[in-house]
Design a protein around this ligand. Sequence first.
Ligand code: PBG
Length: 332
Amino acid sequence: MSQFLSQFPRTRMRRKRQAAWSRDMVRENLLTPADFIWPIFVVEGENELQPVSSMPGVNRMSIDVAVKHVKEAASVGVPCIAIFPNIAQTLRTEDCAEAWNPDNLVCRATRAIRDAVPEIGIMEDVALDPYNANGHDGIVRGDKIVNDESVEALVKQTLAQAEAGANIIGPSDMMDGRIGAMRDALEAAGHQDVMILSYAAKYASAFYGPFREAVGADGNLKGDKKTYQMDPANSNEALQEVGMDIAEGADMVMVKPGIAYLDICQRVKDTFGVPTFGYQCSGEYAMIEAAAANGWIDRDKIMFESLLAFKRAGCDGVLSYHAVEVSKKLNG
Ligand code: PBG
């Protein structure tokens, strides 16, 4: 690149940084409300707003309350939400059958939001952990999380959610072969317009801790998720995961967690050039909020800077619990 041959003082890098207007002129990346997918947590009941203690500012909402908040999200320009349920412990079973009950909490929330806020995109997670007695994303037999039987269950969950009106299916389970199976099933059932945003490179990460509290899976989880989620030490393997999901019919892909995995986001985007999302997940949110509550960091500045970093790494968008607040601020 020719600019690296340029020498001081003919080149002074600070010339362009001297004023706000000139910094504005040369800025390479921007954050807009259209960059966000906003994850929300739903619970049964009416007028429920239950704080998630490890995620200050995030609440589990009953469907009526969620509808109001999603309306607000749409009004500030957030294009899409992602719905996660916290269901009664009594509905969590070994076979996870509640996951494909057409009247389960997620399906009812989807229909209510679809009716009340038709202009917003609705993404739904596909994974069994909120429905599983043992907190795993797949079916457990003995000491194994069995792959192919899990995929069959996940396909049933996918179809129930598509039937309820999901626009985007977000498989977060990391079973092998699930994207192809879901795509074929969606096509066969006439849901050819339902998109798949695959959690393609999802790591076995400690950054998900607060989320597991939010969906009530923290106490249930036996063992860890290392036989299906990726080893944080690996990078080339992420490209293989993403390549397979695209070949199987994923429309968009995701890397998760976010801020500590931006190298993966960049490699994925550079290699495949498909719409790529990063998930600023619950533990990242909790770290920002906790440090800010102690007065140790400037919360708003860190919020913007960390989200902008996803754009710089090549992400087309970010799943963020700060999505609505940041969008309001971006709108002034
Ligand atoms: C479920 C799922 C998880 C997250 C999204 N979907 C947790 C996990 O895999 O244990 C994490 C979200 C977050 O931490 O914000 N498969």
